[in-house]
Design a binder for this molecule. Structure first.
Ligand code: PMP
Length: 397
């Protein structure tokens, strides 16, 4: 059965990691992978997580099966983060949240369920988008197209073209939107632009699917939820995939959630029953540890406070690295307007470097970036910043 199997293409980003690990240069820098590193170049284990884990180990909880939709306290806490504690969607029990295996797992459950609801729809993702969006929705059986997003000239969003495209889409089209900290470009919509996107979704009968993998990485937990809150206030039905991989630095624990906003409590109950079938036939129920830790942090006033401070420190460090990089590039004679580096939000920046320039960075300096020119700003630190700025400036001039 395996004789005719062909080798699948390597994952572009994970393949980059393998090449980085094999590189023997001590000055090497990995700006390819989408992970937050602290100033020592390490993935942090947050103090709030450590405390919640210690308390959990202390009680030695049994490891029975979780409910199909996961831990109720976790799902409740997710809704409060997404919509705000006082949201009518929560009071009316209109929103359904299920614990998922990271943001990816949430997208997968959402995509599989959407395929049952609206099998003939086309899914539209931003151009460019996180590369797994296309693969995930295609694997669920959808045709996937793009809408214009990135404006290479400004390093911002080509909003006019984006909106014009959305307004041409047939009713029932699924539109995948990055709620904040767009991956890979770091270019986000303004509040006023979100209002226009919400209006276009309403006017054209589109199905919004918001992907929020970086809540808290741009401005803060509340401001970063602005797009989700606008959709919540619109009366539209929509999907949200969310993830704690980055905001809790719990990448390997696979903690995310899928949330579906319906019209009523009754509808929500019916939808939940169907989503549970999707989960049951996929992996049955989610793992215990990550969700329990996140729920413990979010429901304890002290740990929540500690987490918010730690999240703010990650956010501030990323901003400092952006500022530091822009300043150093300017000092080294890069003439291009570098405001995009500081304006872009979240972990990534689209540098405008060509694939050939990215290749030169790798071969000559041991600096690894994605061939599209995406760099992970969260992998910069006080020790590698000058080295990276030297190399980038040479490539950019
Ligand atoms: N969506 C986007 C836009 C992402 O950048 C990522 C993470 N790279 C995910 C979803 C997936 O998140 P997770 O690692 O929690 O599966």
């Amino acid at each position: 059965i395996f004789a005719a199997v062909e080798m699948a293409p390597r994952d572009p980003i994970l393949g980059l990691n393998e090449a980085f690990n094999a590189d023997t240069r001590t000055t090497k820098v990995n700006l390819g992978v989408g992970v937050y590193f602290n100033d020592n170049g390490k993935i942090p284990l947050l103090g709030a997580v450590k405390a919640a884990e210690a308390a959990r180990l202390e009680t030695q909880p049994p490891r029975g099966y979780q409910p199909i939709d996961g831990l109720a306290a976790y799902n409740k806490a997710v809704q409060a983060l997404l919509f705000g504690q006082d949201s009518p969607l929560i009071a009316n029990a209109q929103a359904v949240t299920v614990q998922a295996l990271g943001g990816t797992g949430a997208l997968k459950i959402g995509a599989d369920y959407l395929k049952q609801l609206t099998p003939a729809s086309t899914v539209y993702i931003s151009d460019p988008s996180w590369e797994n969006h296309r693969a995930l929705f295609e694997a669920a059986g959808f045709k996937v197209e793009t809408y214009p997003y990135y404006d290479a000239a400004t390093g911002g969003v080509a909003f006019g073209a984006m909106l014009a495209k959305l307004k041409t889409l047939p009713a029932g089209s699924v539109v995948v939107l990055h709620a904040c900290c767009h991956n890979p470009t770091g270019a986000d919509l303004t509040d006023a632009q979100w209002d226009e996107v919400v209006a276009a979704c309403r006017e054209k009968g589109l199905i919004p699917f918001l992907d929020m993998a970086y809540q808290g990485f741009a401005e803060g937990i509340e401001p970063d939820a602005a797009a989700v809150r606008k959709f919540a206030a619109s009366g539209l039905q929509f999907f949200v995939s969310s993830s704690f991989s980055k905001s809790f630095s719990l990448y390997g624990e696979r903690v995310g959630a899928l949330t579906l906003v319906t019209d009523s409590k009754d509808e929500a109950a019916r939808v939940l029953s169907q989503v549970k079938r999707v989960i049951r036939t996929n992996y049955s129920n989610p793992p215990t540890h990550g969700g329990a830790v996140v729920a413990a942090v979010l429901t304890s006033p002290e740990l929540r406070q500690q987490w918010e401070e730690e999240l703010a420190a990650m956010r501030t460090r990323i901003r400092e690295m952006r500022k530091g990089l822009a300043e150093r590039l300017a000092e080294r004679g890069v003439k291009r307007d570098l405001s995009f580096v500081t304006n872009q939000r979240g972990m990534f920046s689209y540098t405008g470097l060509s694939a050939a320039q990215v290749e030169t960075l790798r071969t000559e300096y041991g600096i690894y970036a994605v061939s599209t020119g995406r760099i992970c700003v969260a992998a910069l630190n006080s020790r590698n910043l000058d080295y990276v700025a030297d190399a980038l400036a040479k490539a950019m001039i």
